[in-house]
Design a protein around this ligand. Structure first.
Ligand code: ADP
Ligand code: MG
Length: 628
C-alpha cells in the first residue's frame, strides 16, 4: 500500500479517541474491531497465505482470556506475568495440536481445529475452578506506567498499537526467507521440499504464530471486559473469525482489519435493523452472513481488500512499471560449496527401478555422470524419464536400486536432504509461485544458503542476509537472461520464460548436479540457443547436468553423453554420434519404418529430428513439444 495512505491511517487511528466529535460507542466498537483484527491477522497467515484452515482460533483467544483471568484473580499475579504464561500455554497447545494435525493432509486440520474448538469451549464451561458457565469476573483493568486502561479510550491505544505492530511483524515475516517458505506452503509444497524447505516445520510455525496472536487478543479482551465466560470462545466465533478473513481478503494483512471491521460493523447494524424488520429477536444476521459469504466466494474470491487496493491504484495513477525498478543492491556473495574435480564421478545410478502397480515405469536403469558433463536422457513420451528424475531427487521412492551422489546415497533420503547435498532441479510441469515476483521465486531456491529465523524476520533484523539472498537471485536471473523481469509476477511470464526461471531458481541453490526436465520446451529458436550457451558455460564451470529434452538439435549439440529409454528400459547409451546411428534408437523413435531413413542431423542445415512416435521432421517444428 501507498506509504502516504499508511501514515494517514495511522494518524487517524491515533487521533480518533482525542477528537471531541468521536462518539464513545465508536471507540468501543473499534476496540472490538482491533481485537478481532489480531485474531484474523493470524488467520491471514494461516489460511490465506499458507492454505491451512482453522476453525479453532476462538479457543486460543479463550486460553489467553482464561489464563489471565485465573492467574490475576485467583493468584493475584501481575497481568503481564499472566500474559507470558498465557502465551506459553498457547505455544505448547498450538505446537502439540499443530504437530499432530498439520502432518495429515486434506481435511484433517479443519476437522482437528473444530474438535479442538469444541472441546476447549466445553472445558471452559465445565471446569469448576474456571467458574463453569458463569466464568470468572472481577478482573482488574490493565495499567501501563501507572496509567489505568479502564477507560475504553485508553485501552484503545494498547489494542491498536498491538494491531499495527502485529501487521508490521507479519508483513516483515512474509517478506523474508522464512516468509517465502511460508508462502510456498499453499501451492508449492513439493517444490519447496526440493529446495530444502521443511514444510511441516513452517506449517507448525504459522499455526503457532496465529495462535499466539489470538491469545494476545484474548488477554486484552479479558482485561477490557473485566470478566470472561465461555461463550465468546465457542466454535461459532471461530467460524466468524474465518469469515472475517475470507471477506476482508485472506492474503493481505490489511484484509484482516478490513474484514474484522466490515463484519463487526455489519453484525452490529443487522442486530439493530433485522429485529425491527422481522419483529422479534433472533440470530437473523447469521442468514445474511451466509448469503454474503456465498456472494464473496462467487464474485470476490480474494475478498474486499484486493478490490480496495485496486481502486486506490487506479486513483493514484496505476502501478509502477516493474521493469524500471532498480535491481536489488549489491551485497556480499553467498558462500559456494566446493566443486568436485573435473571428471570425478558425481552421480552413479545403479539399476533403479520404479513400479506403479503393475507398470514398470523405470526398469533397472543404470548410468554414470561425471563432473563437468552434460548428459541427455531421451526417449518417447512415457519412457520413464521424469520418473527417473523423481527417483534421483527423492520425490519418489525407488522400488529397488541405488543412487550414489559423490559420497552419499540418495535413494534412502527425502527430497529435502538431497537438495541440501547439492542437487538442483527444474520440473517438467513448471512449479512456480505465480503471485510472487520472479526475484522472490528465485530467492526461494537459495533458501538453504543462509539461515534466518522467524523472529528475526518479523523484527526486520534480517535485512543484510535478505540482501545477500536477493542479490544472489538477481545474479542468477541476469545469468539466464531474465534480468529485465525481476519484479514481474512469475505467473505473468511466458511458459518458456517460466522454465528458464526454474533454472535460475535451481542455480540459486548452488548445486553440483543440475537436473533439467525439458528446459527448452516452449522456447523460441534464439532463446534455445541462449539457453544452450548458459548450460555450456555451466559445464565449463564444472557443473554436472542431466537433461531431459525432446528437441534433438538441442540435445545432440549440447550433450557429451546420452542415455535412451523406451518403456522404462535403457535401450542405448553413448555419444550423440553413436546414438544417432543406433538401430535400437531408430526403432524406438520411428517404429522401424524404412530402413533407408537416415537420422543424421548435420550442423547448420534444417536438421531432421528424432520425433517421439513420429516420422522425421525438421527440428524447428519440435519447438514447444512436450510430453505428458
Ligand atoms: P516421461 O517423462 O519419459 O514422458 P514418465 O516418467 O512421466 O515418462 O512416465 C513413465 C510412465 O510411468 C508412464 O507410463 C506414466 O504414465 C507412468 N507414471 C508416471 N508417474 C506415475 C504415477 N505417479 N502413478 C502411476 N503411473 C505413473
Ligand atoms: Mg517427462
Amino acid at each position: 500500500m501507498n506509504r502516504i495512505l499508511l501514515y494517514v491511517v495511522i494518524a487517524l487511528i491515533a487521533l480518533l479517541p482525542v477528537l471531541p466529535v468521536t462518539p464513545a460507542f465508536w471507540i468501543t466498537h473499534l476496540n472490538y474491531v482491533g481485537l478481532a483484527s489480531l485474531v484474523v491477522l493470524g488467520l491471514v497467515l494461516l489460511t490465506g497465505v499458507s492454505g491451512l484452515t482453522s476453525f479453532g482460533q476462538a479457543a486460543f483467544v479463550g486460553i489467553g482470556a482464561y489464563a489471565t483471568a485465573w492467574f490475576t484473580t485467583q493468584m493475584a499475579w501481575s497481568p503481564w506475568l499472566a500474559l507470558v504464561i498465557a502465551l506459553a500455554i498457547t505455544f505448547v497447545a498450538a505446537y502439540v495440536l499443530g504437530s499432530i494435525s498439520l502432518r495429515l493432509s486434506g481435511h484433517y486440520l479443519p476437522l482437528g481445529t473444530i474438535a479442538w474448538g469444541l472441546s476447549l469451549y466445553y472445558l471452559f464451561g465445565n471446569l469448576s475452578f474456571l467458574g463453569q458457565h458463569d466464568g470468572i469476573s472481577g478482573i482488574q483493568p490493565l495499567e501501563i506506567f501507572g496509567v489505568s486502561l479502564a477507560d475504553s479510550r485508553h485501552i484503545y491505544y494498547l489494542i491498536w498499537a498491538c494491531v499495527l505492530l502485529a501487521m508490521w511483524g507479519s508483513r516483515n515475516l512474509l517478506d523474508s526467507r522464512p516468509g517465502r517458505a511460508i508462502r510456498a506452503l499453499k501451492s508449492g509444497q513439493g517444490m519447496a521440499e526440493s529446495f530444502g524447505i521443511d514444510t511441516a516445520r513452517y506449517k507448525t510455525i504459522v499455526f503457532v504464530y496465529a495462535a499466539l496472536l489470538a491469545c494476545l487478543s484474548g488477554w486484552i479482551y479479558a482485561h477490557m471486559q473485566r470478566a470472561v465466560s465461555p461463550s465468546p470462545f465457542g466454535l461459532n466465533y471461530g467460524i466468524e473469525y474465518l469469515f472475517m478473513a475470507v471477506v476482508g481478503g485472506a492474503s493481505s494483512v490489511w484484509g484482516a482489519v478490513v474484514g474484522a471491521g466490515l463484519i463487526l460493523t455489519l453484525k452490529d447494524q443487522l442486530q439493530n435493523i433485522l429485529p425491527v424488520i422481522f419483529g422479534h429477536n433472533s440470530n437473523f444476521e447469521l442468514i445474511v452472513f451466509g448469503v454474503l459469504m456465498v456472494l464473496v466466494l462467487q464474485y470476490a474470491r480474494g475478498g474486499v481488500w484486493p478490490i480496495l487496493a485496486h481502486w486506490w491504484e487506479v486513483l493514484t495513477g496505476g502501478a509502477s512499471d516493474t521493469r524500471r525498478k532498480a535491481p536489488p543492491a549489491d551485497a556480499p556473495a553467498l558462500a559456494q560449496r566446493p566443486r568436485p574435480t573435473s571428471g570425478a564421478v558425481v552421480l552413479q545410478v545403479e539399476a533403479i527401478r520404479k513400479e506403479f502397480g503393475g507398470l514398470v515405469a523405470v526398469n533397472d536403469i543404470s548410468f554414470t555422470l561425471k563432473a563437468g558433463e552434460i548428459m541427455g536422457l531421451i526417449g518417447p513420451n512415457g519412457a520413464g524419464k521424469s520418473t527417473t528424475f523423481n527417483l534421483i531427487t527423492g520425490v519418489l521412492k525407488a522400488t529397488s536400486g541405488r543412487v550414489r551422489f559423490l559420497n552419499d546415497r540418495l535413494d534412502t533420503l527425502p527430497a529435502r536432504e538431497i537438495s541440501r547435498l547439492g542437487v538442483g532441479r527444474s520440473f517438467q510441469h513448471v512449479q512456480l509461485l505465480p503471485d510472487m515476483t520472479v526475484l522472490e521465486n528465485v530467492a526461494l531456491g537459495a533458501h538453504l544458503r543462509r539461515n534466518v529465523g522467524v523472529v528475526a524476520a518479523a523484527l526486520h533484523a534480517d535485512r543484510s542476509i535478505e540482501a545477500e539472498l536477493l542479490h544472489e537471485a538477481a545474479i542468477q536471473l541476469e545469468r539466464v537472461g531474465l534480468g529485465d523481469y525481476l519484479y514481474e509476477q512469475a505467473g505473468n511470464l511466458a511458459l518458456g520464460q517460466q522454465r528458464i526461471l526454474e533454472i535460475a531458481r535451481a542455480l540459486a541453490a548452488d548445486p553440483v548436479l543440475l537436473l533439467l526436465d525439458e528446459p527448452a520446451a516452449g522456447l523460441r529458436y534464439k532463446e534455445k540457443q541462449e539457453l544452450a550457451a548458459v548450460l555450456d558455460q555451466l559445464r565449463k564451470e564444472g557443473m554436472s547436468i542431466l537433461l531431459v529434452e525432446h528437441d534433438m538439435d538441442f540435445v545432440m549439440n549440447l550433450t557429451d553423453h546420452i542415455v535412451v529409454m523406451d518403456f522404462g528400459t535403457k535401450i542405448a547409451e553413448g555419444t550423440p554420434e553413436e546414438i544417432q546411428t543406433n538401430p535400437a534408437v531408430l526403432e524406438a523413435y520411428l517404429g522401424g519404418i524404412d530402413d533407408d531413413l537416415e537420422i543424421t542431423p548435420e550442423a547448420g542445415s534444417a536438421d531432421p529430428a528424432l520425433v517421439p512416435g513420429g516420422a522425421s521432421v525438421p527440428a524447428g517444428a519440435m519447438a514447444g513439444g512436450s510430453s505428458k
